[in-house]
Design a protein around this ligand. Structure first.
Ligand code: BGC
Length: 472
């Protein structure tokens, strides 16, 4: 097996990093399997828009029932994220992912076999639970097995998989549309569900969770497997020292401790900003928005939607290329800056097109630019940071809190978007998201620390330093 070895980076105070970092291909395989949880997240949230057209017919659904079939996934995800963190801390990251895969598979079967709207809603709630669990446990798992110098792009595999899942959902919806086969659309999630579980059965627990549970021999063994012949003792020592000096006891009340509070505010803040800056109005309602710009044909709207999905995937790869090179902060601030400008122009395009009726292409290009800027910034970096910034003893709980806040904000935005467009019109709705993006930029500029190249233990220690030294 080939290996590359890198000396640990300096910490914030300029001391050389303690851990010798090297890695084997095994760690990439582990990350890729875990990222299947992201694929299910993207697929299951994306697939419903197309499937709904036919489900509506099969069960003669009322508007309220339709809304419920769509949004119950988000409610399930809130519950899954809230419980997932505690689970991941108690039973382990790996076992939580195995449970997650069973839930995904069960959800896919119940949805595909639904004989009533009640059964369908139950299936969608189960799927939501799986998504919530995955959104907490996957970033956590990848972050804890990755070496510091590649952790950024490896955890971003999760976001990459989400975007591929969304694109796949658009394609599957399109492929099955002629035969109106909504059961296949929902049931196909079965396949990545099985792969996730199968992969996790043979992959190891993270060395950090093992060390936290005093299982040092196994922690050492896993480190050897994922780091190769490099000096795993230094990394293990660093984990042990950090555990020995941390004050948390692994309870909910720890979230209020001074060294945890700042990280908690950053995680929850980014969670909310990731959603209230409007990304899912585009992801969930793209065809509706596009038709408002004047493209009236269904196939034109679908094609433009697929284009947006593709931009989302490609720009996530671009972000993964830069994230360990130039760091999280520059990408985050540039991306949110781009979102602000795109939303400004989008609002303007709607205003002008309403009067002149000829600006549909500008609106579509601006929508793509907005998604592209999200894909290099708030998309991957939110999920990455919440897997990096919390102390090991309460990492699952704290991350679950941020993840649940993300789902709650998602629920709120999805529920209010169409009403907002009715009340304010599309221009002011997008300008409102633009203003909220300005707030997101200021929040990130002032509070979000740079975590590039630092070990999780160095990041943990940095919360005990004065806040002004944490940013870079
Ligand atoms: C967000 C999702 C969103 C997706 C779009 C994720 O980071 O959490 O809500 O649908 O990105 O790519």
């Amino acid at each position: 097996m080939s290996e590359h070895e890198v000396i640990g980076p300096s910490d914030a105070s300029g001391n050389p990093g303690t851990a010798q970092v090297s890695s084997t291909p095994f760690v990439y395989i582990a990350a890729i399997f875990a990222a299947l949880g992201g694929l299910l997240f993207g697929y299951d949230t994306g697939v419903i828009s197309g499937a709904l057209l036919f489900i509506r017919k099969t069960f003669s659904l009322s508007t309220t029932e339709q809304e419920f079939v769509v949004s119950v996934v988000l409610l399930g995800a809130i519950a899954g994220a809230l419980t997932g963190g505690g689970f991941a801390d108690r039973i382990g990251r790996r076992r939580t992912l195995i449970v997650t895969s069973v839930i995904f598979v069960a959800g896919a079967i119940v949805c595909a076999a639904a004989v009533s709207v009640g059964m369908l809603i139950l299936g969608r709630a189960i799927v939501g639970l799986g998504i919530g669990l995955a959104s907490t446990a996957v970033p956590l798992y990848i972050s804890e097995v990755s070496p510091a110098h590649t952790r950024g792009w490896q955890v971003s595999l999760f976001q990459f998989a989400i975007t591929v899942g969304i694109l796949l959902a658009y394609v599957v919806d399109y492929a099955f549309a002629a035969s109106e086969a909504w059961r296949w659309m929902l049931g196909l999630a079965f396949i990545p569900g099985v792969l996730l579980g199968g992969g996790m059965l043979v992959l190891p627990e993270t060395p950090r969770w093992l060390a936290k549970h005093q299982n040092l021999d196994n922690a050492r063994e896993v480190l050897r497997k994922i780091r190769g012949a490099g000096d795993v003792e230094a990394e293990l020592e660093e984990i042990k020292t950090t555990l020995a000096t941390s004050e948390e006891r692994g309870r909910w009340s720890d979230l209020g401790m001074p060294a945890v509070r700042s990280a908690l505010v950053i995680g929850i803040g980014l969670a909310i900003f990731q959603q209230i800056t409007g990304i899912n109005t585009v992801i969930y309602y793209a065809p509706t928005i596009i038709q408002k710009t004047g493209i009236s044909s269904n196939s034109g709207a679908i094609l433009a939607t697929a284009g947006i999905g593709l931009v989302n995937v490609i720009m996530t790869i671009v972000s993964m290329w830069f994230i360990d090179r130039i760091g999280r902060r520059p990408l985050l601030l540039t991306g949110i800056g781009g979102m602000i400008v795109s939303l400004g122009v989008l609002g303007l395009a709607f205003r002008i097109s309403l009067q002149a009726g000829a600006l549909a292409p500008i609106a579509v290009i601006t929508l793509m630019a907005y998604v592209a800027f999200f894909a290099i910034s708030l998309g991957p970096i939110f999920w990455l940071l919440i897997a990096e910034i919390y102390p090991l003893k309460i990492r699952g709980l704290a991350e679950g809190t941020a993840s649940a806040s993300n789902w709650a904000a998602n629920f709120l935005v999805s529920l209010t978007f169409l009403t907002l467009v009715e009340l304010l019109g599309p221009s002011w709705t997008f300008w409102l998201y633009g203003l909220l993006s300005v707030a997101a930029w200021i929040f990130s500029y002032r509070l979000v620390p740079e975590t590039k190249g630092r070990t999780l233990e160095e990041i943990e220690r940095s919360w005990h330093k004065p806040s002004r030294t944490r940013l870079t």
